[in-house]
Design a binder for this molecule. Sequence first.
Ligand code: 3PY
Ligand code: MG
Length: 255
Amino acid sequence: SVQALAAGLSGGRPVFTAWCGLPEPSIAGYLAREAGIDAVVLDMQHGVIDFLNAARAIPLVAAAGKPAIPRIPVVEFATASRLLDAGAAGIIAPMINTVEDARRFASFVKFPPQGERSWGPHPALTLTGLQPAEYFRTANGFLRSFAMVETREALDRIDAILAVDGIDAVFIGPSDLSIGLSRGAALDPNGAEVNAAIDHALARAKAAGKLAGIYAPNGERAADFAKRGYHLVAVGSDLAFLRAGAAAMMKAATA
Ligand code: 3PY
Ligand code: MG
């Protein structure tokens, strides 16, 4: 499951990932068992998930045979290494706006000589079943780093961000991107300007031989992104799943 993300992303069909923000680890573990869900994001930026919640959720997601992909808080790159030690298969880093941000993020995801990740992946060794020397030799190849492009600055520099060694993918945040592209005038993640940027970002990632992921707030938008050709499509969130399920069931109950 930890190693499966890389293979899934190059499998010719999109990887659909649930998006968890609620702190109870079993929610991620249960969602990992739902049909159609290939992976689970643990959102430590805007979700209520702290390091311990994430470290406990990762083996529950792995027990379902699925990869866990935490999103770290802004600039907390050291947390990326700790989450990989805990058995995360990839990391999403928000607000990567400069090449320097991208380099710093990649350095915490990749071991030397590619990066500067410190050694100590004890839970990851248990989850993968790899011997230390083999994990060290292969981890840079199977762990995936997603640099979030969600500002005007980042979009302007997307080629340079994609060119950073150790950055495997860009990940589009349509909400922040809409705020940035409108210079703070509007939150409009479904607008024409954002949609054009979404196609542009995917094209640039493909031109660079790298991957692209994106966040979708509902199933319809997720299907749209999958059709456009995104490699990873996050469908969220756990709270949205809960509310949609409650609304549908209560509508039926009170009909
Ligand atoms: C955004 O849309 O800005 C995101 O970060 C996705 O949650
Ligand atoms: Mg965002």
